[in-house]
Design a protein around this ligand. Structure first.
Ligand SMILES: N[C@@H](CCC(=O)N[C@@H](CS)C(=O)NCC(=O)O)C(=O)O
Length: 203
């Protein structure tokens, strides 16, 4: 196999890459590493950040999930990455915005998913859920005016937030009603590649 995705699948950032590989029909092998699987010296030689994901495409090594998405779409799925620069930048903005969103949602996710009930900081969960819920108002407004974060069609601009929003809807937290975000999530759930790679147990 010449295209390898390195990383355990229950990682938000690995899900992004695995989802795009399926959407684009890229033949690949995914290898578990990180989290409970730990790291090998060979992996750390490719990615010294001690983070996942990393890809190897015929010997070309790349890390940073959003950079990987842009590379994969440019190389294998141009239809998912518009060439019009303003359309592209508008989609790209949501990929960067997701990193701020992930910061907001992190404490809720880490406490509720990765920690035992006795070890959870529920005040941090509430604060994080409130912040993430507030940010989804911005997403809801955008999705009231366009069907996808990438514009008129699905594209890689939808992928990072598509991964995060599954956690938002799945975590046991209070959520404000966001009808346009919910409608977009329903459309994502109907995509077989999303169901196979993103809608897996959070743990
Ligand atoms: N900016 C990096 C962040 C990568 C990252 O934080 N990955 C997490 C998983 S989502 C990780 O590697 N955690 C350590 C581990 O799983 O061992 C990217 O987008 O690829």
């Amino acid at each position: 196999m010449t295209f390898i995705i390195w990383g355990r699948l229950n990682s938000h950032n690995v899900k992004k890459v695995a989802w795009l590989a399926l959407e684009a029909g890229i033949a690949h092998e995914r290898r578990d590493i990180g989290g409970p699987f730990g790291f090998t010296d060979d992996y750390l030689a490719m990615n010294p950040n001690r983070l996942i994901p990393t890809i190897e495409d015929h010997g070309f090594v790349l890390w940073e999930s959003n950079a990987i998405l842009r590379y994969m779409a440019s190389q294998y799925a141009g239809e998912l990455w518009p060439t019009d620069l303003q359309l592209r930048a508008s989609a790209d903005r949501w990929m960067d915005w997701q990193m701020s969103y992930a910061d907001a949602q992190r404490d809720a996710f880490v406490n509720l998913v990765r920690k035992a009930p006795a070890d959870r900081d529920m005040a941090a969960v509430a604060k994080s859920a409130k912040l993430a819920g507030e940010m989804t108002a911005i997403l809801d407004d955008a999705l009231s005016r366009q069907p996808w974060l990438s514009g008129g069609d699905f594209g890689i601009g939808d992928i990072p937030m598509g991964v995060s929003i599954h956690s938002w809807f799945t975590l046991d937290i209070e959520r404000p009603e966001r009808p346009h975000v919910r409608a977009w999530y329903e459309k994502l759930k109907a995509r077989p590649a999303y169901a196979a790679t993103v809608m897996i147990p959070l743990t």
